[in-house]
Design a protein around this ligand. Sequence first.
Ligand code: NAD
Length: 371
Amino acid sequence: MKIGIPAETRPGETRVAATPETIKKYVAAKHQVIVQSGAGVAASITDEAYQAAGAQIGSAADAFGAELVLKVRAPDASERALMASGSVLVGMLNPFDADNISAMAATGLSAFALEAAPRITRAQSLDVLSSQANIAGYKAVMLAANTYQRFMPMLMTAAGTVKAARVLIMGVGVAGLQAIATAKRLGAVIEASDVRPPVKEQVESLGAKFIDVPYETDEEREIAQGVGGYARPMPAAWMQRQAALVHERAKQADIIITTALIPGRKAPVLISEDTVKAMKPGSVIVDMAVEQGGNCPLSELGKTVTKYGVHIIGEPNLATLVAADASALYARNVQDFLKLIIDKEGGLAINREDEIVAATLMCAAGEILRK
Ligand code: NAD
């Protein structure tokens, strides 16, 4: 089968959907791989490296014209126009973007949005949200450390002692856990908050302190369990108690990293303007939820702003700032996913009875299938 790897065109997108490592595997399985010239440049992969792995280098039309197209982000209208009806597209296609899914259906594509895979054990190796959030959590700490004008670890020097930085992590999913681990390696003192009860143990096992906001009603306890590992919006009373505690902890913090998301909704506000006002000058906030409206109302998409003396970093899509490793992990996720839709003979075999296939298939034969 012909597999195409186009270059990504969305502004700021540096990743690529296949690496020489995954292409070698596709070629070994007798597929023909066409990579658009320059597709890997931003991820430090040259055309020559792709060729050495067995790929052919071609134009955008060559790559989009393949039977199976592997992308990072959803194609735009001009890219869809290069795709044949009946071809298969795999990528992070944003299951919540209904217009885009309608457009892909109208093109006649079978489109798989990998973000929609269920969080089950069998799907772990193709879990793009986890692979990319892990990298983003790491990079958030790096950005914070770069902006913060003090040391992260405690230092005892001949010129006196320097205190360790106090880091507060809001939202401890995959990104938050990696942010805790990374800040810990740099020697910071860490506190973290989340709505879901199992998180407490994970936070403590990484050597951080969990900020407990006790549940006062059965309803709060029930909602906090989330669905499928994801959070649900908490009742206002719980959010108020959390805000009061967070306000106190934020006054002590030097760095706050917020990662709290609720799938398909605007991100919850966790660091209010009043809380920012109360923070120490020179403190840093990294708002990883900025694309979903932000966990801090003062963060601005794509900018670092200083408000009330606090530096607020609103850089979106942090995984793109670690392009090479983000591509390497994403490409492996894609390769693992393809095992579910390619049979032993190397042909497409889309089994809609498979739980992962069914959850990720957004459209096929002109029909919208998104759940
Ligand atoms: P996410 O990116 O959707 O959200 C980040 C975190 O924000 C979550 O931990 C969420 O509980 C938290 N949050 C939401 N509202 C909040 C609030 N008001 N205050 C504080 N925190 C709030 O989460 P994610 O990283 O995608 O992880 C979601 C879950 O999926 C986790 O439990 C993770 O361990 C699990 N997971 C399971 C698998 C698997 O079994 N295959 C793979 C990956 C992740």
